[in-house]
Design a protein around this ligand. Structure first.
Ligand code: ZN
Length: 322
């Protein structure tokens, strides 16, 4: 597989022509990147749309910023496509979430990119999880065969707006280091983002308090950092382990617990539309809401503020349950 990908990569630099749709797509990307480099804009490549949105806030139009993940794709489950490697080859900076969120595909993209600048440990490799303290680190050795996709700790820290501020600062510092002529602008934009989000956090906290919702159940552990930030309790998860769908027994136990603890609010990522969320809804009086956990995962979530706003709105809607 890797061999094939490398072949495609090398072939794209020669004057090759191919009838395959994939190769055409790759050629178009290569062409676009060539245009970009002639305009001398630094090319920042991110793994996720949320990181792309954060960098856009700081850099505006100064940089070319692209995300490998398109809207509505779950970052846990992608494959290392040749087109990703071509993009990565042109990147001046790679920004990734880390904590193994992209472990199934990004390491192969980086390797296949043949871009020495963005290899792990190099200055143009920015793993933003280095700037936060992870929750739920698994102490014992994890065998991925059993589906545990969060062995280094929960990777969904960008749903905590205060952690997103920390990450934005790390990004602004890195951009300033790479492009010192625009340092003051990066600093100004980051400070503005920080101020806005900080004020929004105060507002979101108030609104969640007013909703009287204190307990949440979710499908995946996407909301762990969000819930901690807003003093909400995670009563249980619908999936049995990260990445593993539940057994009927697990769901029945969860429903029993939800009734005992009077949980009226269930959140699940729009990536996890399974029969089990409906089952929980049918068996309890809880309100069940699908929300975006990445910018772009739902049409309405176009930026970072909207990402958090929609989760807060879902929690506010839960209070209407009698
Ligand atoms: Zn996850």
């Amino acid at each position: 597989m890797i061999k094939t990908l490398c072949f495609l990569f090398v072939a794209s630099f020669a004057s090759y022509s191919s009838s395959s749709a994939n190769n055409q797509e790759d050629s178009q990307i290569l062409e676009k990147n060539t245009i970009s480099s002639s305009q001398k804009k630094l090319f920042v490549l991110t793994s996720t749309k949320t990181l792309q949105a954060l960098i856009q806030k700081i850099a505006g139009d100064l940089l070319k910023i692209e995300s490998l993940i398109k809207a509505k794709q779950d970052p846990h489950y992608l494959s290392a496509k040749p087109s990703y490697m071509l993009k990565a080859n042109k990147a001046d900076l790679l920004v990734l979430n880390g904590l193994d969120l992209e472990v199934g595909w990004l390491p192969n993209v980086i390797k296949g990119s043949r871009n020495p600048k963005i290899q792990k440990g190099k200055p143009a490799y920015l793993d933003v999880s280095d700037f936060i303290k992870p929750l739920s680190v698994v102490e014992t050795k994890v065998d991925r065969f059993f589906g545990d996709i969060h062995p280094l700790g929960n990777p969904h820290f960008l749903l905590d707006p205060i952690k997103a501020i920390k990450v934005s600062k790390a990004i602004a510092d890195k951009l300033s280091e790479m492009d010192s002529s625009n340092q003051s602008l990066y600093k100004k934009n980051q400070e503005e983002f920080e101020k806005n989000i900080f004020n929004k956090v105060k507002e979101w906290k108030q609104r969640i308090e007013q909703s009287k919702i204190k307990k949440i159940v979710s499908y995946h552990s996407s909301f762990e950092y969000f819930l901690e930030r807003f003093n909400l309790q995670l009563v249980g998860l619908i999936e049995e382990k990260p990445g593993i769908p539940p057994s009927s027994k697990h769901v029945l136990q969860l429903v029993k617990k939800m009734k005992e603890e009077q949980v009226v609010c269930v959140l699940y990522s729009s990536f996890y539309q399974t029969k089990w969320t409906k089952k929980v809804k049918d068996m309890t009086k809880a309100q069940v809401y699908s929300v975006a956990v990445e910018v772009g995962a739902l049409e309405t979530v176009k930026n970072y503020t909207m990402l958090i706003e929609e989760i807060v709105q879902a929690i506010e809607s839960c209070k209407q349950v009698k």
